[in-house]
Design a protein around this ligand. Structure first.
Ligand code: FES
Ligand SMILES: [Fe+2]
Length: 345
């Protein structure tokens, strides 16, 4: 799977000076806030005897293991071993690996890429990119999350699959629609796939109470490879409602979905929050039942392993992007290994 990615780990409000464990791609991370609210992400288990560091505590900005009291600073370096005399040197290798971490739109994101490569190649928070709606203060975002027992690939593919809409979500598309997908209308640029889910322009959840929404309003889906997705639906003359999702592979069997119900109007209308969230959760639960049933669990790269039609083109494009990204990741890792080996020689 792809490790060289920023994955959403949890809600930012859930990270405090109390260490918190999260798992991404089967790897345990501990998150906590150090001095001045600074986020720190480190390996989840102590290098001494493997104690779970999330049951430790933070003291004076340092993470303290609950088993023998070893302390680690925000760079992961062990700074104190209480069982040793204070002047006993601490080897450099007595440390926790740290990971790039940042906060954006109420979520904490961890870069889970290979920490063995030259640290100058690791991304900084500046390299993190998302959709403009997440960082523009004109947008209000209401968070939600779901856990699906399905592989990351199947979950992501489900949100760029247009032809399932009239079958899985008849309440959204209407029960009498022609299921023919003429296209679908889509384009790809760099790491983005944009799809217009025509002819299934979703009737908006607010339509009954806001009849001013025009029937010509066209929704747009955008997938920012590999794990961020948004659907934009024009609303009324100037407004827009969006649903943002990001996908985090916990392991090969479970994917965590973090979402935001976004709108750029009527920020102070709690009933709009509820309406948008309720609609989104209902649609997602319809998807979940289907996606968790899929076998094989991991989407196959070999085209002949499944049957494809024209409406599956965005999915195929995603698989090609994923295959290329995995190949680049593996090239980076093997060149990093060669450098390490040369260093040893
Ligand atoms: S296991 Fe952490 S200090 Fe011993
Ligand atoms: Fe769906």
């Amino acid at each position: 799977m792809l490790h060289d990615v920023w994955y959403a780990a949890c809600q930012a409000a859930d990270v405090t000076t109390d260490p918190r464990m999260v798992t991404i791609l089967d790897h345990p991370y501990v998150l906590y806030r150090s001095h001045a609210n600074q986020l720190v992400a480190v390996d989840g288990y102590c290098p001494h005897r493997g104690c779970d560091l999330s049951i430790g505590h933070v003291d004076n900005g340092e993470l303290v293991c609950p088993f023998h009291g070893w302390r680690f600073d925000k760079t992961g370096q062990c700074t104190r071993i209480p069982a040793n005399r204070a002047d006993t040197p601490i080897p450099k290798r007595f440390r926790l690996t740290t990971y790039p971490v940042l906060e954006c739109s109420g979520m904490v994101w961890i870069y889970t890429g290979n920490q063995d490569i030259n640290s100058s190649e690791l991304p900084t928070a500046r390299s993190f990119a998302t959709f403009p709606e997440l960082t523009d203060e004109n947008w209000r975002g209401v968070p939600f999350q779901q856990t699906w027992k399905a592989h990351f690939t199947r979950v992501v593919e489900s949100v760029i699959d247009v032809s399932h809409l009239p079958f899985v979500h008849p309440e959204v598309t209407g029960t009498d629609v022609d299921p023919t997908v003429d296209g679908p209308e889509y384009h790809v640029r760099e790491n983005v796939i944009v799809i217009h889910p025509t002819p299934f322009a979703p009737s908006h959840p607010m339509e009954p109470v806001h009849p001013e929404q025009t029937s010509t309003a066209k929704s747009e889906i955008e997938l920012r490879f590999p794990n961020q997705w948004i659907i934009r639906t024009p609303f009324g003359d100037h407004g827009m409602m969006c649903t943002f999702l990001t996908f985090t592979p916990i392991n090969d069997h479970v994917t965590q979905i973090f979402g935001l119900a976004l709108r750029n109007f009527d920020h102070d209308a709690p009933w709009l929050d509820d309406f948008h969230i309720d609609h989104t959760i209902r649609v997602m639960e319809e998807d979940q039942r289907i996606i968790e049933s899929i076998r094989p669990k991991i989407a196959p790269f070999a085209l002949r392993d499944e049957c494809h039609v024209a409406s599956d083109v965005p999915t195929i494009r995603y698989r090609v992007m994923l295959a290329n990204a995995l190949e680049q990741q593996s090239t980076r890792r093997s060149s990093s290994t060669q450098i390490t080996c040369r260093g040893i020689d």
